[in-house]
Ligand binder design. Structure first.
Ligand code: SAH
Length: 236
C-alpha cells in the first residue's frame, strides 16, 4: 500500500485546473445509497483520481456511474460494479491478489491500496503500458503486471488469497481454481456473452461455496479457459 497523497486535489489540478473532489464525494455518496458499506472501499474510491484512468475527452464523465471507453475497444467498469466486486473480494492488507483484465488500471489501483501485493494480467499491450504508467505516477510499488492470457492465471506467483476477473467467463477455469489459496476468495462474472452473474466462489478446507451477487454485463475474457477469439458464425 503506497497511495498516500495527502491532498489529492492539489496534485490533480489537471484539466484546466479542475479538482474532482466534489465529483468524488458525490460518487461515494451514491455508492452508499446503492448499498456499498465497506468503509475501506469507500475511502479509497473517495480519494483515487478516477479521471486519470480515462481518456481526455471523457474526464468530465469519469465519476458518473457508467462504463467509459478506453483503448483497444475495452471499457473502464462503472464505479458501482468496481465497488461491489472489491467489497465481495474483501482484500486484506497481507493478501496477494490476482486480477484478470488490467484494463485502465483503476480497479488495480484500488486493490493495490487494500491488499499487500497485486498481480494483474492483461492481453492488450497498450492497456498494460498505460496502466503501468498511471500506477507509477500514483507511486504504487506493490503491483506486478503481466501481458498474456489471464484465463490461465499467473502460475509463477500462485497461490493467491484472492482472484478477481474484470471480464466475463463461461465457467470458473481449472487454472484459476487451481491457483487460489485455501482459504481464498474468487470474484468472477460467470455466464454468456450478453449477461453474467457476478459470483463469489470461496474455498475453505478443500470445500467450495458459491454465492451469486447480482446480474452484470462485462466484456469477454478471450483466452484458452475463457471465450474464443471469434464467436462461431451462426449457421442457418
Ligand atoms: N478493470 C478494468 C476492466 C477492463 S475490461 C477497468 O475497469 O478498466 C476487461 C479487460 O480484460 C480488457 O482490458 C481486456 O483487454 C482484458 N482481457 C480480455 N481477455 C483477457 C485475457 N485472456 N487475459 C487478460 N486480460 C484479458
Amino acid at each position: 500500500m503506497v497511495f498516500t497523497l495527502s491532498d489529492p486535489g492539489d496534485q490533480e489540478r489537471e484539466n484546466g485546473g479542475v479538482s474532482f473532489r466534489r465529483e468524488r464525494s458525490q460518487m461515494v455518496a451514491a455508492l452508499r445509497r446503492q448499498g456499498i458499506s465497506d468503509e475501506r472501499v469507500l475511502a479509497v474510491m473517495g480519494r483515487l483520481p478516477r479521471q486519470r484512468f480515462v481518456a481526455e475527452p471523457y474526464r468530465q464523465l469519469a465519476y458518473g456511474d457508467h462504463p467509459l471507453p478506453i483503448e483497444a475497444g475495452q471499457t473502464i467498469s462503472q464505479p458501482y460494479i468496481v465497488a461491489l466486486m472489491t467489497e465481495a473480494l474483501s482484500p486484506q492488507p497481507q493478501d496477494r491478489i490476482l486480477e484478470i483484465g488490467t484494463g485502465s488500471g483503476y480497479q488495480t489501483a484500488i486493490l493495490a491500496e487494500l491488499a499487500g501485493e497485486v498481480y494483474s494480467v492483461e492481453r492488450e499491450p497498450q492497456l498494460t503500458a498505460a496502466a503501468k504508467r498511471h500506477l507509477r505516477e500514483l507511486r504504487y510499488d506493490n503491483v506486478h503486471f503481466h501481458l498474456g492470457d489471464g484465463t490461465l492465471g499467473w502460475r509463477r506467483f500462485a497461490p493467491y488469497d484472492g482472484i478477481i476477473a474484470t471480464g466475463s467467463l463461461p465457467y470458473p477455469g481449472r487454472s484459476l481454481c487451481g491457483q487460489l489459496h485455501d482459504p481464498g476468495r474468487m470474484v468472477l462474472p460467470l455466464g454468456n456473452h450478453q449477461l453474467q452473474r457476478l459470483t463469489l466462489l470461496q474455498l475453505r478446507a478443500d470445500c467450495w461455496s458459491t454465492e451469486r451477487i447480482c446480474y452484470c454485463s462485462f466484456l469477454p475474457l478471450i483466452g484458452e479457459e475463457g471465450w474464443p477469439e471469434k464467436e462461431p458464425e451462426n449457421r442457418a
